[in-house]
Design a protein around this ligand. Structure first.
Ligand code: 3PG
Ligand code: MG
Length: 399
């Protein structure tokens, strides 16, 4: 069902709009923002609202604070607000609370064209508890609600579900980022151009079983890489040496192989090492991996084969790095496949936090059709999990 968007909001001059964003960005040890992609992705929504004469109240979670004031210090939103201020070049105020009198006062004093950033929603226990009284306080701050937090749409935290529920007499719409993510993923799932290829990597099969099953019913081919390769190989009875394996997931792996029969391609060769710390000893092995060695990347024959498949595809969805890409000597498979996607004529959709980071680190994000801001949300949407948060946003009436 299509959701109402910013275009459905009434005259916003002099109104306050509460925008839930996903500014859950990576931070370094000092609390500096190391990747601002999710902040930049929400700018079109915030800019449009400000341009239409609204005052904007921005709320997000950041990390997973534990309710310990000392340990939670890095999770304050000050650096995030600072980055937003730099990017918007507009007045951006920040409050040190999530709700309460200082927040209400700051919201009341906010002028059209100005932004107020609330403190990390998750420092308040009401957020993850989905508490209605907490939600009512947030709901009272504004005249309209915008969900532009695609990366959090699979969560039922108060700001995602209870807040819009408490604003049922006010406009509740999705922002530009959520609208774009939903449009691209809906097209991918409902009417992909074929051949439709999935590239699946990452360390684990276990947290992606539903996602992989869903894709197996939709795509024409699946290319496998990353450490999940070794769990699948082991399930086939192949030798994987010391490679990382999810020994308790072999039954699931067998089921996936059965469901994907004729569609799944496993690597035919592997870059292997004795120890991660000794990349100089790395060699390429075809077939079984001997004892004492572990796989760390897909091999050159596999890369060549996968590139052919990518060249033929009309649609490609990619989730999960193909090797231990964060170590340079083991990053070739992931990088060359990213380059092949960047150069491919196909519609290319990349999702999942690590995969998006990899593509960005190679400088190729702009060359993809779409790089999702969703990690878990991307996987769950493709899997077909309904999102209660989106149910709280108004539907667009179809005539
Ligand atoms: C994410 O990064 O996946 C979202 O921001 C959700 O965060 P969470 O997994 O801590 O709920
Ligand atoms: Mg997460």
């Amino acid at each position: 069902m299509a959701k109402k968007t910013l275009a459905d909001l009434p005259d916003l001059r002099g109104k306050r709009v509460l925008v839930r964003v996903d500014f859950n960005v990576p931070l370094d040890a000092l609390g500096n923002v190391t990747n601002d992609r999710r902040i930049r992705a929400a700018l079109p929504t915030i800019q449009e609202l400000l341009g239409r004469g609204a005052a904007v109240i921005v709320m997000s979670h950041l990390g997973r604070p534990k309710g310990n004031p000392q340990k939670d210090a890095p999770y304050k939103m000050d650096r995030v607000a600072e980055r937003l201020r730099q990017l918007l070049v507009r007045p951006v105020h920040k409050v040190d609370e999530v709700v309460g009198p200082p927040v209400t006062a700051a919201a009341r004093n906010l002028k059209p064209g100005e932004v107020l950033v609330l403190e990390n929603l998750r420092v308040h226990p009401g957020e993850q508890a989905g508490d209605a009284a907490f939600a009512a306080q947030l709901a009272g701050l504004a005249d309209a609600y915008v969900n532009d937090a695609f990366g959090t749409c699979h969560r039922c935290d108060a700001s995602m579900e209870a807040v819009p529920a408490a604003m049922s007499n006010k406009p509740r719409v999705v922002g530009r980022l959520v609208a774009k993510e939903l449009q691209i993923l809906d097209e991918l799932l409902s009417s992909p151009r074929r051949p439709f290829l999935a590239i699946l990597g990452g360390a684990k099969v276990s947290d992606k079983i539903g996602f992989i099953k869903s894709l197996l019913t939709r795509v024409d081919r699946v290319l496998i890489g990353g450490a999940m390769t070794y769990t699948l190989m082991k399930a086939q009875g192949q030798n994987v040496g010391n490679s990382r394996v999810e020994a308790d997931k072999l039954d699931d792996a067998r089921e996936l192989l059965r469901l994907g029969e004729g569609k799944i391609l496993l690597p035919v060769d592997h870059l292997v090492v004795r120890q991660l710390e000794s990349p100089d000893e790395a060699r390429v092995i075809e077939g079984n991996i001997p004892d004492g060695w572990m796989g760390v990347d897909i091999g050159p024959k596999t890369i060549a084969r996968y590139r052919e498949e990518i060249g033929r595809a009309q649609t490609v969805v990619w989730n999960g790095p193909l090797g231990k890409y964060e170590d340079k000597p083991y990053s070739r498979g992931t990088r060359v496949i990213a380059e092949a996607l960047a150069a491919a004529p196909a519609v290319t959709v990349v999702g999942g936090g690590e995969t998006a980071e990899a593509v960005e680190s190679f400088g190729l994000a702009e060359k993809m059709t779409h790089v999702s801001t969703g990690g878990g949300a991307f996987l769950e949407y493709v899997e077909g999990t309904p999102f209660p948060a989106l149910a709280q946003v108004e539907d667009r009436k179809t005539s």
